[in-house]
Structures are given as structure tokens and as C-alpha cells.
Design a protein around this ligand. Structure first.
Ligand SMILES: C[S@@+](CC[C@H](N)C(=O)[O-])C[C@H]1O[C@@H](n2cnc3c(N)ncnc32)[C@H](O)[C@@H]1O
Length: 213
């Protein structure tokens, strides 16, 4: 299941700094909001350097964290060693996850902006969830404001080059619905830092479950 590695050495070096800045300005609270009430066995997809690990509630029995980028995965292994909840870090991609029907929750945070094949990633998450399992997501998305979205579209090619393939123009809520999930809860907001909105500020946090029919 390891699949192809993803190599983004520049992004892997700068992301820890970007993340530390975002966490100092509110993204810690977003991570906690996304993970509130999660329990049982969890697969976290594209776990990066494991920034979510410390925010899982004690009701979580085990986290399988899948990360394809070697440098970020090494940092995730360090974070796993410090986490209270048991974490197993594995090489792998969203498009090819381990096992089948064995997880109570699948977590995507700031990942569906980057995976090349979003429908495949969401289908895989669905395949590995137990019946009644849930998707938790925290993602930056395309703006609902037409002028802001125009700016996102203009900046997107450059953004992708610097950001390891990240896109700021994805309609991730729509992608989740089209992948056969029912969105049960969603909060849409603009993550401003020091009062300013950047291309990746429009965001969603929520919960979805595979639709029954
Ligand atoms: C912006 S980082 C977010 C990391 C982490 N989830 C977080 O919340 O900080 C995007 C992550 O997606 C990962 N990624 C890129 N392509 C992927 C793929 N095909 N499958 C799984 N993860 C992928 C990257 O390696 C990186 O760790």
C-alpha cells in the first residue's frame, strides 16, 4: 500500500514554518474543532508532520497516519513518539489506503487541496471506513465571493508550484458530496491572520458520512 512516494523537498522544508505561524494565529483551534468527539480507530490521510496527533481525544484507540513525503513523514514519526494516543505512521498515498472497513473515522486536514485525484482519495476513505464511520475534514477551499475567487484563480498556478501542488480553487464540500457522502456538519469561515485574508483563507471544517443509498 506504500504506493508512489511524493517528493516536495522545498515544500517539506518550509511547511513546518508556515504551520507554526498558522498555529500561532488560530489553526490549533481549527484542528481541535475538527477532531472533537472522534473515537475508535482513525486513519489520518496525508498527516504531514503529525500536527494533529496531540489533539486527538483520549477516546481514540489508534491512529494509522499515512504520509507519502519522506521528510514530513520522519517528522510525523517524531510527533507519534510524543503522542498520548498510539500512532502508527506509514508510507502511503490517499489513493491507496490500508485495509477495508476497519476505521471509525477518516481524517483529512489541509490535504484535499493537494492530492492529485480527490475523487479517488474520497472513495478510498469511504472504502476503509466501517459501516457508520465518519469523515472529518479541515480544508481551505475556493471562495464563495466571485472577486476573491478570481484572485485565487490568478494566483493558483504559482501557488501550486511553491506549495507542493496545493490548489486554492477547489470546491471540496462539493467534491465530498459528489463522492457519495452526506455532509452532516460544516462550518465555513475565512481564516484571517492579523485581520488579513490570503488566497488560502476561505476554509471549511466539518463531518460527513457515506450516504446509505
Ligand atoms: C499542507 S500539508 C498538510 C499536512 C497535515 N495534514 C496538516 O494538517 O498539517 C499537505 C499534505 O498532503 C500530503 N500529500 C500530498 N499528496 C498526497 C497524496 N497523494 N496522498 C496523501 N497525502 C498527500 C503532503 O505530503 C502533505 O503532507
Amino acid at each position: 500500500m506504500a504506493g508512489q512516494a511524493v517528493s516536495h523537498p522545498f515544500f517539506a522544508r518550509v511547511y513546518p514554518h508556515i504551520n507554526a505561524f498558522a498555529e500561532a494565529h488560530g489553526s490549533v483551534e481549527h484542528r481541535q474543532e475538527m477532531l472533537a468527539g472522534v473515537h475508535g480507530r482513525v486513519v489520518e490521510i496525508g498527516a504531514g508532520m503529525g500536527s494533529n496527533f496531540v489533539h486527538y481525544p483520549p477516546e481514540v484507540e489508534q491512529i494509522v497516519a499515512v504520509e507519502p513525503e519522506p521528510r514530513l513523514r520522519a517528522l510525523a514519526e517524531q510527533a507519534a513518539a510524543k503522542a498520548v494516543v498510539p500512532v502508527e505512521v506509514r508510507a502511503g498515498r490517499a489513493e491507496a489506503l490500508p485495509a477495508h472497513g476497519t476505521f471509525d473515522a477518516a481524517v483529512f486536514s489541509l490535504v484535499l487541496c493537494t492530492v492529485p485525484d480527490v475523487p479517488a482519495a474520497l472513495a478510498e476513505a469511504r472504502r476503509v471506513l466501517k459501516p457508520g464511520g465518519e469523515l472529518r475534514f479541515y480544508e481551505h477551499v475556493r471562495s464563495e465571493n466571485p472577486r476573491f475567487f478570481r484572485m485565487q484563480r490568478i494566483i493558483n498556478p504559482l501557488w501550486g508550484l511553491a506549495g507542493g501542488g496545493c490548489s486554492v480553487t477547489r470546491d471540496t464540500e462539493q467534491a465530498i458530496r459528489e463522492a457519495g457522502y452526506t455532509v452532516e456538519e460544516i462550518r465555513r469561515f475565512v481564516f484571517r491572520i492579523n485581520g488579513r485574508a490570503g488566497p488560502a483563507s476561505p476554509s471549511i471544517i466539518g463531518t460527513a458520512r457515506p450516504s446509505t443509498c
